[in-house]
Design a protein around this ligand. Structure first.
Ligand SMILES: Nc1ncnc2c1ncn2[C@@H]1O[C@H](COP(=O)(O)OP(=O)(O)OP(=O)(O)O)[C@@H](O)[C@H]1O
Length: 321
């Protein structure tokens, strides 16, 4: 129920397929480290887009640039054609909500209160109204509670509205985080590793929940390491490697791309600037192994020196990675 005491939801009624998020040339440097390098990414209305990449690829940093937690060193992020301000609460008010990799609930507040906190960008009752607790405040509060309960119903937590958040099992805490993000009535929801630490059933439930969110007209951008989850869920997947977008496409395209496989298993990429050095190291290793073998053969006919296993062995490959 919407009353005149709440601001309208952030408009979600974009034309299907219309670009709602448009990040261009986003670069984020921390001192000498470029965590994100000139990344372009769009999300269209009605889409679920995945962002994957090995650990340290820059995914969360990129999310932080999109949501105003960081001001990108270079580049621009637009939501529905407006440049997003570099302040988290303004980004939320504009219609972009997020969850975090590490759960950030108010553990000593109830489940319902946690969702109510998420509604603050959508209520326009001011300080005086709150202090005086006049009729406007009570109407706004009732409307907010009603909406919060709807959201708890939606994520399957309505019967736990009065429980303390910290007493919920892990999977339910993650759902509560999603309900709280939805309380700001976003047009785009960003999920940072929503299934981290979940069991397979909880992961499947989260998949269903994300589809249901999309069916409500909310576009979703999701970071996740669980590939099955990503490829089941996403219309489009972008792959970040060392801060750069390596590949983007549908699940089949990304899965078939050898560069993605290489990035995940740590093999050097084609034209990788380090490939020459790796080849040199491998040649040196092979030469050292040959020399060690020759020496061992010689040793069997003479002295017993240098036969300790591994003493002269070429360094293990893992040291080079
Ligand atoms: N605030 C910061 N200050 C300095 N360096 C940072 C900061 N935040 C991230 N980094 C560095 O930026 C790089 C990208 O980190 P980021 O957390 O964005 O990667 P990620 O792809 O999200 O990794 P993961 O999958 O492990 O969460 C890493 O080298 C990280 O150490």
């Amino acid at each position: 129920m919407t009353t005149d005491t709440t601001t309208p939801s952030a408009p979600t009624g974009a034309t299907p397929g219309e670009t709602i998020l448009d990040a261009r040339g986003v670069t984020m440097r921390f001192g000498g480290l470029t965590a994100v390098r000139s990344v372009d990414l769009t999300v269209n209305s009605g889409e679920i887009v995945g962002l994957i990449g090995p650990n340290g690829a820059g995914k969360t940093t990129f999310f932080n640039c999109l949501t105003g937690l960081y001001t990108p060193t270079e580049g621009e992020v637009r939501y529905k054609d407006k440049v997003l301000p570099p302040k988290s609460f303004k980004v939320t008010a504009a219609g972009v909500a997020r969850t975090f990799q590490n759960i950030r609930l108010f553990g000593n507040m109830t489940v319902l209160e946690n969702v109510l906190v998420g509604r603050h960008t959508r209520t326009k009752e001011g300080l005086w109204s709150a202090l005086l607790r006049g009729p406007g405040f009570h109407r706004a509060e009732a409307a907010s509670r009603e909406r919060a309960m709807e959201l708890l119903e939606f994520v399957g937590l309505a019967d736990k509205a009065d429980h303390l958040a910290r007493n919920l099992p892990y999977g339910e805490q993650r759902r509560l985080e999603i309900a709280r993000a939805l309380a700001s009535e976003p047009g785009l929801l960003l999920l940072d590793e929503p299934t981290a630490g979940m069991n397979p059933q909880e992961t499947r439930d989260t998949e269903e929940l994300v589809f249901a969110i999309r069916d409500k007209g909310i576009a979703v951008l999701v970071i996740e390491h669980d590939m099955r989850f990503i490829f089941n869920l996403c219309d489009r997947v972008a792959v970040l490697v060392q801060g750069q977008k390596l590949v983007e496409g549908d699940a089949a395209t990304v899965q078939a791309d050898e560069r993605v496989i290489a990035a995940y298993i740590g093999e050097p990429l084609d034209n990788d600037p380090g490939a020459e050095e790796v080849a040199e190291v491998e040649a040196a290793e092979a030469a050292a192994a040959e020399a060690a073998a020759a020496e061992t053969t010689a040793g069997t006919t003479g002295t017993a020196t240098d036969t300790t296993p591994g003493k002269d062995a070429a360094p293990g490959k893992e040291n080079d990675r």
